[in-house]
Write a protein that binds this ligand. Structure first.
Ligand code: FRU
Length: 484
């Protein structure tokens, strides 16, 4: 049986019921997923592909899973789009992107293969194309369309992946992650008139400071609010005030010198300050919004419980904006169409520990405004019962946010606490909290910072409490999200 049919048959036989999965966050029907791929619009629908290993709960030979949506909230699974079945991608169909063309829906991905050279097994990563109709995809004869030897000699052929393609007036452009032989990360730019014949153009952006890791995975590059933005996910970073250790997802804001094909950045931010976030990718919606989706996990933080047969999920898509040189993120507005059972409280005093009638649940959208009062620490504790809780705290006296999932059922000694500075210090706080069974995404002060975190506890742990060491005056608004 061919590998695509085999994967589809396996999924059909083993897929989990939707009850076992998050309500509106994309997760695998069975098996493992990582990066979002090919986030694009084609024939009026949003298409999302993802790095997918259906046969196990851990990363394995990479396929591309596929789902579609009319509103970025309700997703429908489609047959598997790509399987590692050619000599140029036999060791994996790694991450990439998609674009609507007059020839059809085109997927651009990294084909991984190995060759024995002078007795050593060497990995090669090359860029490949598959053409489809939004349902099934066929790899083209000419693959791979971009190979490492099209670049200068001291650029890695082994770390050359994750193509993101877009169209400009004069043709198609594509960026990919790469590094030099002495370990400096950069993003390389290619050009094609027709999507089939490509040529190397330039190093679009690089790091000469040594601060931003060793390899930039999953680059994305676009214009937003009259600036240009490069998103990349660097490996092997050291923590500082802005970033945590290990893999980060970084947003570079700057200007694009189109003549030199060079992006010069002046602002550099972490895109998410929670525990679980990596490899985001954006698309432009038909109504002109730049929307980002990402993997709600990262490489060093797999905390899935042993018995669970699916591994990890995507974030809720977010709308991006640039304002005063900073990136702002908000949940896609379509989520509001699924608001039910609104509950509202105004000017409530929180002193010590408080709960409010009707403020509970594991699938919801809640806004908490702290309009006044005097305190050092304010905590919102969610997914709570006698045994479990996950906490989001404002440490006002330290100008820090703390996320603590120590008591959320983890049986591995993985990262449970993240403490991060508040980028725009303030006295009034607005927190929008999205829960979907096993995850919490917190948008602070209209999306100046976002914190994504997962926790895999029993859904009976559904209480929410507010804890203040002084006095806080709060307004609350909470909706259940009902998608079915
Ligand atoms: C990022 C990444 C990509 C690669 C893919 C493999 O998470 O390492 O660079 O294409 O995952 O699954």
């Amino acid at each position: 049986m061919d590998k695509l049919k085999k994967a589809d048959a396996y999924i059909e036989k083993n897929k989990l019921s939707s009850k076992e999965l998050p309500e509106f966050h994309v997760a695998p029907q069975i098996g493992w997923i990582n990066d979002p791929n090919g986030f694009s619009y084609y024939n009026g629908k949003a298409h999302l592909f993802y790095q997918f290993h259906p046969y196990g709960k851990e990363w394995g030979p990479m396929h591309w899973g596929h789902c579609v949506s009319s509103d970025l909230i309700k997703w429908e699974y489609c047959p598997v789009a790509l399987a590692p079945d050619m000599d140029y991608d036999v060791d994996g169909c790694f991450s990439g992107s998609a674009i609507a063309t007059d020839k059809g829906h085109m997927l651009v991905y990294t084909g991984v293969s190995h060759e024995e050279i002078n007795g050593e097994r060497q990995e090669f990563q090359n860029q490949c194309i598959a053409l489809g109709d939004g349902k099934s995809y066929k790899k083209i004869e000419k693959n791979p369309v971009i190979t490492g030897d099209m670049m200068p000699e001291n650029f890695s052929r082994e770390h050359f992946r994750d193509p993101k393609v877009w169209k400009e007036d004069d043709g198609y452009y594509l960026v990919a992650g790469n590094k030099t032989s002495d370990g400096k990360p950069h993003v390389v730019l290619f050009y094609s008139e027709n999507m089939y014949d490509w040529k190397y153009v330039s190093v679009l952006a690089e790091d000469n400071t040594g601060k931003y890791g060793t390899m930039w995975e999953c680059p994305d590059f676009f214009e937003l609010d009259k600036r240009h933005v490069l998103i990349a996910s660097p490996q092997d970073m050291c923590a500082d005030e802005e970033f945590h250790n290990g893999n980060n997802s970084v947003c570079f804001i700057g200007d694009y010198d189109r003549k030199q094909h060079k992006f010069n950045y002046d602002e550099v931010y972490a895109l998410d300050d929670g525990i679980d976030f990596y490899a985001p990718q954006t698309t432009l919606t038909p109504d002109g919004r730049r929307v980002m989706i990402g993997w709600m996990q990262s490489w060093d933080s797999n905390i899935r419980p042993e018995g669970q047969k699916w591994s990890s999920m995507m974030i809720l898509p977010r709308e991006l904006k640039v304002k005063d040189g900073k990136i702002l993120q908000s949940p896609v507005r379509e989520i509001e169409n699924y608001h039910r059972n609104g509950v509202r409280y105004e000017k409530q005093e929180v002193e010590g520990t408080c709960r409010f009638d009707g403020i509970k649940g594991r699938v919801l959208d809640m806004t908490v405004e702290i309009a006044g009062g005097d305190f050092r620490e304010f905590t919102i504790s969610v997914a709570q019962n006698e045994q479990f809780h996950t906490d989001f705290s404002i440490l006002q006296h330290k100008n820090r946010i703390e996320i603590d999932r120590t008591y959320s059922g983890m049986v591995r000694d993985a990262n449970a606490i993240r403490r991060i500075k508040v980028k725009s210090p303030c006295k009034k706080w607005k927190l929008r909290i999205i829960l979907d069974k096993y995850s919490m995404e917190v948008f602070l002060n209209d999306g100046q910072q976002v914190f994504s975190t997962t926790f895999y506890t029993s859904l009976e742990a559904d209480q929410i409490s507010f804890v203040c060491d002084g006095k806080a005056i709060v307004n609350l608004e909470k909706y259940d999200i009902v998608v079915a």
